[in-house]
Design a protein around this ligand. Structure first.
Ligand SMILES: *Cc1c(COP(=O)(O)O)cnc(C)c1O
Length: 369
């Protein structure tokens, strides 16, 4: 009976988003979810208090999240008209793509360029809009190939996505690299800098995306409360761009995207940024500890600037993920490529390191073959 109901072609061919799975229990082991880059420390206590104080659940939220935008405007020193909020940064990105890329009346698709492998949601957001994905492979060092991305620009290119640090591989772009890249991009192409993991970056010459947005009318900065602020369940994120862009993004944004709970939580978290940054610092130190441990084992792990590490296991990715599962650790496997592991609780990280110590990395340290 369902054969009469057909989706748009673009929808029928979308990849399915494989959300991180919860860990399966194992005898005597506390299970840990290291598969979704969540913040194991959760939000600061002020958030819980702010949520409990909300007494307007029967009212619609602020239509433009004015309170949150005012708080962000003050913290970031940007005009509130340059900020558009969304249901997570994924919601904010969906608005941007909807505003600038789709299918034209003559049937041709606008092109959106992004690195690959990168965030799994990109092909879904682009495809849903009716635009065409143009993916540019990462370099052998698991970084964006910015030269190849600039060369991929055609007269159909409308948007380019940069993901820094790159999910799932970890390396961050430098400010000099992005500045140089922008000189090669036509003024009419929107460049989105996805900074979901900004707060975890400790690299030299980090991207100063706010400086770039101030000087480039085609730059959009994308940020979220899901990772550093530990508010993934509430779905709140935002984009920052000059008004030549935000006027169109706002037009494409569904009204009431950000719930009252999400808005109050985000504002409370912004008001306790020192505590947020202390928690982030703990995670960064754990990342550095696990990264050093893996490097000590000879594992060729790229230097991650996010709250996760990339294990380039190639054809052994699924096998390793299974071995982690036996240890009650849920990780994210990309068949044939590698495994992404979120930095979690200390015990979870120790268990991961112990597992890696007993597992011979293909091509390195072969103990068993
Ligand atoms: C987690 C993540 C996001 C977004 O998350 P939201 O929860 O929608 O804010 C965006 N980009 C990247 C690269 C991510 O890893």
């Amino acid at each position: 009976m369902h054969e009469h109901i057909r989706p748009r072609k673009a929808i029928a061919s979308l990849p399915v988003y494989a959300a991180g799975k919860p860990p399966a229990p194992a005898d005597g082991l506390t299970p840990y979810k290291l598969s979704s880059n969540e913040n194991p420390l959760g939000p600061v206590p002020a958030v819980t208090q702010a949520l409990a104080a909300v007494d307007t659940l029967h009212r619609y939220p602020n239509p433009g999240a004015e309170k949150l935008r005012a708080a962000l405007s003050e913290h970031l020193q940007v005009p509130d008209a340059d900020i558009v909020t969304g249901t997570g940064s994924l919601g904010a990105l969906t608005q941007i793509i909807a505003a600038f890329a789709g299918t034209n009346q003559d049937g041709t698709a606008d092109e959106v360029i992004y690195p690959w492998r990168s965030f799994e949601a990109y092909p879904i957001v682009v495809g849903t809009a009716g635009a065409a994905s143009v993916t540019v492979p990462l370099t052998a060092e698991h970084r964006h190939d910015l030269d190849a991305m600039a060369e991929a620009v055609t007269e159909r290119t409308r948007v380019i996505l940069l993901c820094t640090p790159n999910n799932p591989t970890g390396p961050a772009l430098t400010h000099a690299e992005v500045e140089q890249f922008l000189t090669k991009v036509p003024a009419g192409v929107v460049v989105v800098i996805d900074e979901a993991y900004l707060e975890f970056v400790r690299s030299e010459d980090p991207v100063d995306s706010l400086a770039l947005y101030r000087t480039h009318p085609n730059v959009v900065v994308l940020r979220t409360f899901s990772k550093a602020h530990g508010l993934a369940a509430l779905r709140v994120g935002y984009s920052i761009a000059q008004q030549g862009i935000t006027q169109h993004v706002r037009a494409a944004a569904p009204p009431f995207s950000v719930s009252t709970l999400a808005e109050e939580a985000a504002v409370a978290s912004l008001n306790h940024l020192d505590e947020v940054h202390e928690r982030v610092q703990q995670i960064v130190e754990e990342r550095q500890r696990v990264q050093a441990g893996l490097q000590g084992l000879g594992w060729p792990v790229p230097e991650s600037q996010g709250n996760f590490l990339w294990l380039p296991l190639g054809d052994h990715a699924l096998e390793f993920a299974h071995a982690a599962g036996v240890q009650a650790l849920a990780v994210r496997a990309f068949a044939g490529e590698g495994v992404r592991v979120t930095i979690g609780e200390r015990e979870a990280n120790d268990r991961l390191l112990a597992l890696c110590g007993t597992y011979s990395f293909p091509g390195v340290n072969r103990l068993t073959e």
